[in-house]
Design a protein around this ligand. Structure first.
Ligand code: UFG
Length: 343
């Protein structure tokens, strides 16, 4: 077994948030071991990571649904911690294929947890989501103790249930320390332009839709709804630069590594600022110098009117806060899109 280095298991490490986190871990002296089966990512991301860090990354093409395959990897490294990203994440698809989501997202988490306990790896970071708040009542700023609503989709249900599973395992007395990071809306790309978001097929999320429209891959962006009760009538979200989000995992691992005894904590990872869909479009037009082809359409079913994070706890608990601006994120996303099209 390899024990000399600070190995961290990163499931889904070739994905959008995973790849940026791998870079930050390496830059902070840790040795990430990626486990990814590329069902929703591309080997191009590994090449991009290697270009940024200037060295080979450790990686295994294994489906986390394959418990034996996962166990073999746990047997090979002495992991100091686990960051568990690997999951299906398309909200709309989860409504039509709920079993796929329950099987992959919950089954994958359970396999990782069983291995963690079997191999005595006690630091565990779980990719959760602001989707666990559902459509919040009253205030649009949510803290970690804002009561959760019924999830809007099977995807959302897997994130709520994932947190619950982790909590129950900790309550059972297992030697485990858990940090649930509730991500708001990650956007942007690495400033090198070597890694970024790589949606397969038509993107569901706003920013890749914007950049692909500007690049001529898609014809027109539809803004879903113009009559929301917000200053410009469009929905408001807390968009966070993916590199800031990646850094939250480094801070999280440092914090969790210093904890003694078992623990389970929840931290919102956002900027604390809300931005509307129209503001995103205007920022894109300003930074790219391109006019975007867009039109208003109907509201999209299941959309929350506005939600953004109270980020006080992140600062106090794990000593992390977002540094980059929304403008930075839009520039980096556009730069990445242009690199992709030039390839
Ligand atoms: N939007 C458009 N047109 C598009 C795509 C999006 O107007 O083509 C709007 C949406 O209506 C929404 C905003 O852009 O107002 C952001 O939409 P995204 O799909 O990018 O993000 P969501 O906030 O819907 O979804 C995110 C995560 C999910 C998570 C959800 C929880 O991507 O994983 O937040 O609310 F479940």
């Amino acid at each position: 077994m390899m024990v000399d280095k600070n190995y961290v298991l990163v499931t889904g490490g070739a994905g959008f948030i995973g790849s940026h986190t791998v870079v930050e871990l390496i830059e902070n002296g840790m040795v990430p071991v990626i486990v990814d089966d590329f069902r929703n990512s591309n080997t191009k991301m590994l090449e991009g990571i290697q270009k940024i860090v200037g060295s080979e990354v450790l990686f295994h093409n294994v489906d986390i649904g394959n418990k034996e395959g996962l166990s073999l990897i746990f047997g090979q490294y002495n992991f100091s911690g686990i960051i568990h990203f690997a999951a299906d994440k398309a909200v709309g698809e989860s409504v039509s294929l709920p079993l796929k989501y329950y099987k992959n997202n919950l089954g994958g988490l359970i396999n990782c947890l069983e291995c963690a306990l079997e191999f005595s790896v006690d630091n565990f970071i779980f990719s959760s989501s602001c989707t666990v708040y559902g459509d919040p009542d009253g205030s649009t700023t949510v803290t970690e103790i804002t009561p959760q609503k019924e999830p809007n989709s099977p995807y959302g249900a897997t994130k709520q249930m994932g947190e619950r599973i982790l909590e129950d395992v900790v309550k059972s007395g297992a030697a485990l320390k858990v940090l649930n990071l509730r991500y708001f809306n990650p956007i942007g790309a690495h400033e090198s332009g070597n890694i970024g978001e790589l949606p397969i097929g038509k993107p569901n999320n706003l920013l890749p839709y914007v950049t692909q429209t500007a690049a001529g891959v898609l014809e027109k962006l539809t803004v879903f709804g113009k009559d929301y009760d917000t200053p410009d009538g469009t929905c408001i979200r807390d968009y966070i630069h993916v590199v800031d989000l990646a850094k939250a995992h480094v801070s999280g691992l440092k914090w969790i590594g210093n904890q003694t005894g078992t623990t389970v904590e929840i931290v919102n990872v956002g900027t604390g600022k809300g931005t509307s869909v129209l503001e995103i479009i205007h920022t894109f037009e300003k930074v790219s110098g391109k006019q975007l082809n867009w039109e208003f359409g109907e509201r999209r079913e299941g959309d929350v009117e506005q939600i953004f994070a109270d980020v006080t706890k992140a600062k106090h608990l794990i000593d992390w806060e977002a540094q980059k601006s929304m403008e930075n994120a839009v520039i980096d996303a556009w730069n990445w899109e242009q690199n992709l099209r030039n390839d």
